[in-house]
Write a protein that binds this ligand. Structure first.
Ligand SMILES: [Zn+2]
Ligand SMILES: [Zn+2]
Length: 271
């Protein structure tokens, strides 16, 4: 099997509020599935860092990853990661968080607009409101790319999952072309990676985030690196849907994906 199907750059342990398994249990399962490398990337939501005790959980996560890394040496490459949410909502704090530990990979993501709930927790949407939210969401992602202190940008079409699952709304991404173009150009210019997140394949929407056409546009605008991410919260989802991610990447013209070791992109060729 191609190695790119065996390296998962984004997954959660029980040090994430919505995680379910210990780092050791995840590693044991990754080995039995034949995976070569995983980055454990627990949540850290910058905008609620102290009130939701991410100061404690990220510390716990980091030291459990270190322990697992040592225990699985020679059997599985275990990388130290963090999924840093909403970094630009408090950039000085975000900078403090990422310099606290020696991470291999920092994933930049946004789960909620400013002073609002995570889309996951919202009850329902109306089409006009959903479109306005998405417009603001892309503006925030552009701001995040401009800040740029991360390695790969996660699930850039995150709200679409919930618009569809909660209210049956499907939005054509063509309407947001000028924003996605600006976002991709910024990521490309800063040599940051775009993540192909397969989490959406497990949702009612059943789509990659982002879909193949957007991955292609990223490459056309100079994008160099892509990461494959299951965003697993259960071990059964490790490396889920990676052949579909590889098809999308190949369609876009990529010939490899990367994982990060001490923030260096390590290439895995598709051939
Ligand atoms: Zn996320
Ligand atoms: Zn995640």
């Amino acid at each position: 099997m191609n190695d790119c199907l065996l390296v998962d750059t984004h997954l959660h342990s029980d040090n994430s509020p919505d995680g379910n398994h210990s780092c050791m249990f995840i590693c044991e399962n990754a080995v039995s599935m034949g995976l070569k490398a995983i980055s454990i990337t627990d949540h850290c939501e910058t905008d609620v860092y102290y009130q939701d005790h991410y100061d404690r959980s990220t510390m716990q996560s980091y030291f459990e990853i270190l322990k697992a890394k040592e225990a699985y040496r020679g059997k599985l490459v275990v990388l130290r990661g963090i999924e840093l949410g909403e970094a630009t909502y408090n950039a000085p704090l975000a900078e403090k968080i990422i310099s606290r530990f020696d991470y291999d990979i920092v994933i930049g993501s946004i789960h909620n607009l400013r002073e609002t709930l995570d889309f996951y927790f919202m009850e329902s949407f109306e089409e006009r409101q959903a479109k306005a939210y998405l417009h603001t969401y892309f503006d925030e992602l552009i701001g995040l790319a401009d800040w740029g202190k991360f390695d790969t940008m996660a699930h850039i079409t995150y709200p679409l999952r919930y618009f569809y699952a909660k209210s049956g709304i499907y939005i054509d991404m063509c309407e947001y072309k000028s924003q996605t173009d600006e976002l991709f150009s910024l990521l490309a210019e800063k040599e940051l990676a775009l993540e192909i997140n397969t989490g959406g394949l497990r949702q009612p929407l059943r789509k990659l985030s982002p879909e193949a056409d957007l991955v292609k546009r990223f490459r056309e605008l100079g994008g160099k690196y892509i990461t494959f991410a299951s965003d697993a919260h259960y071990v059964s989802d490790l490396a889920y849907g990676f052949s579909e991610a590889m098809e999308a990447a190949k369609y876009a013209g990529f010939t490899s994906c990367v994982f990060y070791q001490q923030h260096n992109p390590m290439e895995i060729p598709f051939a």
